[in-house]
Design a protein around this ligand. Structure first.
Ligand code: AMP
Ligand code: MG
Length: 398
């Protein structure tokens, strides 16, 4: 049986690489960047005025001038004027510094009468003050963004500043989720006492959407080999990634591994030394599509999806891996089995600035109601069984 680390490695190695597509800039947020973004111009592109006020030549101040006739007004967006000796140009934030000016004096420091600006008594401006020098942020041609970034709002600003109306990002993975189980009934449908609400499919779709993988539809199939074969085959025709829930344990109704083998899906592994989620199955379909068969227990399905499917989709999208996040266990945990434990937690921070993980007991791996108050789970290594409060652990947020 693979360890959770080996299972993740096997999955990442098997993921296909999704192609890039060009999207309009407003549609790029949250997508994975697939090109280099280079500065179109210097930033700022000119010596930028940082205050509303007047622009003068510092030399005139140094020579004793305190009153400056206002020669003209120049707003942001106006071409730069040329300053006359001994004069001032009334200037606005964002304007290009007038030629021959090298000092900006804020409006609060001057009094204006009869077209003449006089400095406040005793005010001593420094040369170059309130001027954001051309290219002081970066020069034209500087690489601003590298491929593999998930585009954040500030990145959208950078891409816009580089003059790009369209940008190359990874095409969304076509992902399909199939819930298996005779007992399952979708919300909104009549339900008998012996039946179960189908909750995994909607939860898995929501989890993937939260991580930027939104092209995801959900289907339900009974525990019947012929029906499973048809549904899995039809979904594999269109999907890059197929996720099954249920039907991978040792029960008589657990047909998923056999049906997948029948359809030519090559098994990579079945079972991982972890809890919850031990029965998980993974394989690769003939066209290279990744197939995840998750245990049906709701806690197991969600943990396996977050732990394996989300990083796999990120890898296929060409996203750079996230650095692990650590938290400190808030209370003792004992977990005896020789398995990696994924313990659901809620996260709080204390006044010392530490992130604390508070274990939340789930009453069996079917207890999804307890999960709704959690932020994620921590990984407790299988080599150990007692984890005292204060132990540093890797935390994964839903
Ligand atoms: P299985 O992995 O198919 O043996 O299912 C394990 C348990 O999870 C059973 O109690 C199922 O009824 C339950 N289960 C399976 N799929 C779902 C689902 N989509 N929503 C809620 N519960 C499920
Ligand atoms: Mg089942």
């Amino acid at each position: 049986m693979l360890t959770s680390t080996q299972a993740l490695e096997a999955i990442l190695a098997a993921m296909p690489s999704l192609p890039a597509e060009s999207v309009r800039l407003p549609d790029s947020a949250g997508r994975v960047l697939r090109q280099t973004v280079v500065a179109e111009r210097d930033q700022p592109p000119f010596d930028r005025v940082m205050m509303d006020g007047i622009a003068i030549a510092h030399e005139a101040f140094a020579g004793g001038t305190r009153s400056f006739p206002i020669q003209a007004t120049q707003a942001a967006g106006d071409p730069a004027l040329s300053l006359d000796p001994g004069a001032a140009i009334e200037i606005m934030t964002g304007a290009s510094l007038p030629e021959h000016a090298d000092c900006v004096i804020p409006v609060e420091r001057i009094a204006v009468a009869d077209g003449v600006a006089t400095l406040e008594d005793g005010y001593r401006p420094a040369k170059s003050q309130f001027i954001h020098a051309q290219a002081s942020d970066h020069a034209a041609g500087t690489t601003l963004l590298h491929p593999g970034r998930r585009i954040a709002p500030a990145d959208v600003a950078v891409i816009a500043s580089a003059g790009l109306a369209r940008v190359d990002v990874t095409r969304a993975a076509v992902t399909r989720v199939i819930s298996t189980g005779n007992e399952l009934v979708a919300a909104g449908r009549d339900i008998a006492p012996h039946q179960i609400r189908m909750s995994n499919g909607p939860a898995l779709v929501a989890l993937l959407a939260r991580h930027g993988h939104a092209d995801c539809a959900h289907d339900h199939v009974a525990d019947d080999p012929a029906a499973l074969r048809e549904a899995i085959g039809a979904n594999l025709d269109v999907a890059d990634v197929l996720i099954l829930s249920g039907g991978v344990s040792m029960g008589k109704a657990d047909h998923v591994p056999d049906v997948l083998a029948d359809l030519g899906v090559k098994v990579s592994f079945h079972r991982i030394s972890q809890r919850p989620g031990k029965p998980m199955w993974f394989g690769t379909a003939p066209r290279g599509q990744a197939v995840f068969a998750l245990p049906g227990n709701p806690v197991s399905a969600l943990v396996c999806c977050r732990q394996y499917v989300v990083p796999a989709l990120d890898k296929a999208a060409g996203a750079l891996p996230n650095t692990p996040e650590f938290a400190s266990l808030a209370s003792d945990v004992t977990f005896e089995p020789d398995l990696t434990c994924f313990q659901p937690v809620s996260l709080v921070s204390n006044a010392a600035g530490q992130l604390l993980a508070m274990p939340v007991r789930t009453n069996t791996s079917g207890d999804f109601t307890a999960l709704s108050g959690t932020d994620g789970y921590v990984e407790l290594p299988k080599e150990q069984s007692h984890f005292p409060a204060g132990t540093a652990v890797i935390v994964t947020r839903w």
